[in-house]
Design a protein around this ligand. Structure first.
Ligand code: SF4
Length: 171
């Protein structure tokens, strides 16, 4: 399997898992076309994900105009993603309730759970803290799988800014 196919399979697995989490929340999640507050400037990706965009949108990258600075270069004037089917992992889970564990700064050696969600998706439904873990997107394992994909093919874990994929950003 080539590198792009591996990334496509990874993204498909992310979508399937993310859709299962989203389906458990019904109308609580208001994400949709035109809601783009999470499409911020400065997002970077591993080279394997950049390559999927390069392979799938060569004309846009060669001739297209990156969006204005301040928002993601791939956002169009209507607030839609111009590479939606090719978008990276981080964009596929935005809007879901997120949970992760980290060391408690106040008590080194102790692990604590943290949670977060877009404020627009926190206006209805049970409090974020009361959601069962399987109704949240758990950060960590998926990032490890993506990191392993990158390491298998490129070794270095250098990040690629999304904006830099546009030829016009490099002139
Ligand atoms: S790649 Fe698409 S979905 Fe991701 S931040 Fe940019 S515009 Fe938004």
């Amino acid at each position: 399997m080539n590198r792009t196919a591996d990334v496509e399979a990874f993204h498909a697995a992310v979508d399937a898992a993310a859709n299962r989490v989203a389906a458990a929340h019904g109308s609580r999640l208001r994400c949709g076309r035109g809601c783009s507050s999470c499409c911020v400037d400065g997002i970077t990706v591993f080279a394997v994900e950049a390559e999927r965009i390069r392979a799938g949108a060569p004309e846009l990258l060669a001739e297209g105009e990156p969006g204005p600075e301040g928002t993601c270069a791939f956002l169009d004037a209507d607030g839609a993603c111009r590479v939606y089917a090719l978008r990276p992992y981080v964009c596929r889970t935005q809007g879901l309730p997120l949970r992760w564990v980290e060391e408690d700064e106040a008590d080194p050696g102790t692990v604590v759970e943290q949670r977060d969600i877009c404020p627009l998706n926190d206006e209805t439904g049970p409090p974020l803290t009361e959601l069962p873990p399987d109704r949240c997107w758990t950060l960590g394992p998926w990032e490890e799988r993506l990191r392993a994909l990158q390491e298998a093919f490129d070794g270095p874990l250098a990040r690629v800014p999304l904006r830099s994929l546009f030829a016009r950003s490099r002139r």
